[in-house]
Structures are given as C-alpha cells and as structure tokens.
Design a protein around this ligand. Structure first.
Ligand SMILES: NC(=O)c1ccc[n+]([C@@H]2O[C@H](COP(=O)([O-])OP(=O)(O)OC[C@H]3O[C@@H](n4cnc5c(N)ncnc54)[C@H](O)[C@@H]3O)[C@@H](O)[C@H]2O)c1
Length: 351
C-alpha cells in the first residue's frame, strides 16, 4: 500500500510517515521546507526530513510546493496512492496577516490542487485533511466562562465535555489563517459530498510532540519548552495566562488517521485535540515543564491578547470515539511534556 503525505517534514506529517511505515506502507513525502520561509531558521524542518530518509526503509521524499498545480497533478498521477494525508500548511494565526497571498495560496488553493489531483488519479482513496479549531473563529469566546485560580473554564453545562463539530463556523473573527483554513475545510467536505470521495477534516486543537520545530508564532508547548531549556523569556499575551488549550500527542493523531483510512467515511469532520484530560492553561504548562526540566520558567506578561485568540478551547472527542471505538487518547499530557523536554534537551546537547 502507498501513502502520500504532504508536509511530511512537519510535526504531524512526519509522525504519520513513521506510523504507516511501521504498518508496512510505502511512503511518499511531499515537503519543500516552507516552514523555514514562514518562520526563519528556527522553523527549519530539514532535520526531520533527513531523519525520515535515514530511518524509514520505504520513504521517498518529493521536494515539491503544493502550490505547483502541474507538479501536484503529475505526482498523484504517477504515484496513484492508496491514501492521502494532507498536513502541509501555513499554520500560524498571527503570521498570516503579513503574508496573506502565501497563506491563502498554500492553505486554500494548495488543498484544492491536492483534491483535484486525487479526484483525477485515485478518487476512491481516503483523503485526510488537517484542519484547525480556528475554523470556529473567536466564537468559542462567547461561551460563558468562569475564572479559576490557574485557568479559565466553561461555565455552561452544554460544554462540560468541550466543543463539538456542530459549533457554528461563520460570523466571527477568524484571522486570515482561520479564513484560509475554512476555505480548505469546506472544499474537502465538498469533494466528499459532491463527488462521493472518502474525505475527512480533522479540526485540531493543540497538536504537539517531540518532533515539532516550535517557534513563537506556532507550536505552543514545543516553543515553551525551548524557552524554558534555553533560559529565554516566554511572552504571555493576555487572559492572565489562564487561557486553556487541549493538547494531543502527534502519535494519537496518526493513530486516528490510520483508523479513518482503515474504515473511511464520506465528508466527515472531527474535532481532534487532547480533550479535557489533556488540557492546560499556560500557567499550568509552566509548572509541568518546570517539573520535568528542573528549570524555572522565565516569562513576561503583556495585557493585550493575540487577536481572536481562544480563551478556553477544549475539543469534545465524543464523535471520534463513537465512530472509531478502537481509538482513544493514549499519551497523557505529562508524558507528552516529558518527551518534548527530553527531545529538546538532546537537540541542545548536540548543537
Ligand atoms: N500544530 C498544531 O498545534 C496544529 C493545530 C491545529 C491544526 N494544525 C494543522 O495541522 C497541520 C500540520 O501542522 P504541523 O504542526 O505539523 O505543521 P508544521 O509546520 O510542523 O508542518 C507543516 C509542513 O508543511 C510544509 N509545507 C508548508 N507549506 C508547504 C508547501 N507550500 N508545499 C510543501 N510543503 C509545505 C512545511 O515545510 C512543514 O514541514 C496543518 O494543516 C496545521 O494547520 C496544527
């Protein structure tokens, strides 16, 4: 079986490559290290590409920009993959406003290029798209909240288990990133509904793990750990540092993708995050990282929050569990943080 993974040098893409390689699949990775263009040298993902080329026996790297329509059509026609996992993206909320054309061309048009190429080459192959919870814009901030000692929490029993897939996606502030991801998300659903293709959108909360090239503008826990270990100041933007994120290890994302590909459905949407059990505020994250690194976090507070930033976001995982009872979260938040600390410490000792 052949898998085509876009964004293969990134956090989720690389985890998917490793997971499917262990399952015996041949992997075609597509990445052009655009993350280094978006975020500078700290975002460089070549080290991860080289790791895959070194460690995976049946991995082929394709240096291709998903904006290159002809290149994408030709690659899909040549490879004829049995499944496609699309993780390549401009992934930052805040970066998008400075590069609106790049953001939209990658997130929306790049996704369309891949969908159309799939429809021509292999319309029956499952197509999994990494979407984001930013498609809900800042509307989650309208849910009633209560302030606890170290975090915000929902003060509405309807959201006790988090936010489900029925939550409205429009008439709220998304950031240009959120808007370009909405375009991709709706297009992926449409190729399912209109053409009957087995597509799925995974609306991610905080996706994390030891193989993220974390930068200030993307990769919350990875960047926080980097700051902690290097003694750099971490900037907290508003909400008293009590803003809540639900964190899922990239391994559990890859496991869900494998479940979907094994038993695909048409035009599905899932909110994928760590759920309540793996949620934490920034203040709580500081404490957890300190516990594993043994170093005090240096941080500074700015009153102004990031535009459209969620105050409290927890994914309701009920639909994923109902559709795929063989799947659940297997990596706890503590274990995830300890892995990120260990990986960064190892990279620092080599540098
Ligand atoms: N990490 C998170 O917290 C998070 C949360 C919600 C949604 N998501 C979504 O999940 C997906 C994967 O996120 P990630 O954290 O693994 O991102 P990442 O930046 O680590 O990986 C993305 C990879 O795509 C590559 N890429 C970007 N533009 C490209 C292009 N035009 N052509 C070819 N390759 C290109 C980059 O070089 C990078 O290696 C993205 O769609 C992102 O929006 C991530």
């Amino acid at each position: 079986m052949k898998l085509l993974v876009t964004g293969s040098s990134g956090l989720i893409g690389s985890e998917v490559c490793v997971h499917f390689s262990r399952l015996g699949w041949r992997i075609h990775g597509v990445d052009n290290n655009q993350r280094a263009v978006f975020f500078g040298p700290q975002g460089d993902t070549r080290w991860n590409q080289h790791r895959l080329q070194r460690d995976l026996p049946a991995f082929v790297h394709h240096e291709l920009d998903i904006r290159n329509r002809r290149g994408v059509l030709d690659l899909l026609a040549a490879v004829q993959p049995d499944a496609i996992v699309h993780t390549a993206a401009q992934p930052s909320h805040d970066r998008a406003a400075a590069i609106p054309f790049d953001d939209f061309d990658v997130n929306a048009v790049g996704t369309l290029n891949l969908l159309e190429a799939t429809r021509h080459a292999c319309p029956g192959s499952p197509f999994v798209h990494m979407s984001t919870n930013k498609v809900y814009g800042d509307r989650p901030n309208t849910i009633a909240l209560r302030e606890l000692d170290t975090r915000w929490d929902y003060d509405d029993p309807a959201y006790a288990d988090g936010i489900g897939e029925e939550f409205p996606i429009d008439q709220s502030k998304h950031s240009l990133f959120g808007a370009s991801k909405v375009a991709g998300d709706v297009m992926v659903q449409e190729y399912g509904r209109y053409f009957g293709m087995p597509t799925c959108c995974l609306r991610g909360g905080c996706l994390t793990g030891p193989n993220h090239s974390g930068v200030e503008l993307h990769g919350f826990l990875s960047y926080l750990v980097k700051c902690n270990l290097e003694g750099r100041e971490y900037k907290v933007f508003g909400y008293q540092g009590k803003q809540v994120r639900d964190n899922i290890h990239s391994h559990d994302v890859a496991r869900f993708i494998a479940e979907f590909i094994k038993a695909p459905r048409v035009a599905e949407v899932y909110n994928i995050g760590g759920g309540r059990a793996n949620s934490c505020s920034i203040l709580e994250a500081f404490e957890l990282v300190e516990k594993f690194s043994g170093r005090k976090q240096v941080w500074q507070y700015t009153d102004e929050n990031r535009i459209g930033d969620h105050i409290c976001y927890i994914s309701d995982l009920a639909k994923m569990r109902r559709h795929y009872p063989g799947w659940d979260i297997t990596v706890s938040l503590e274990e995830t943080i300890s892995q990120i600390v260990a990986a960064h410490a190892a990279r620092l000792s080599v540098a």
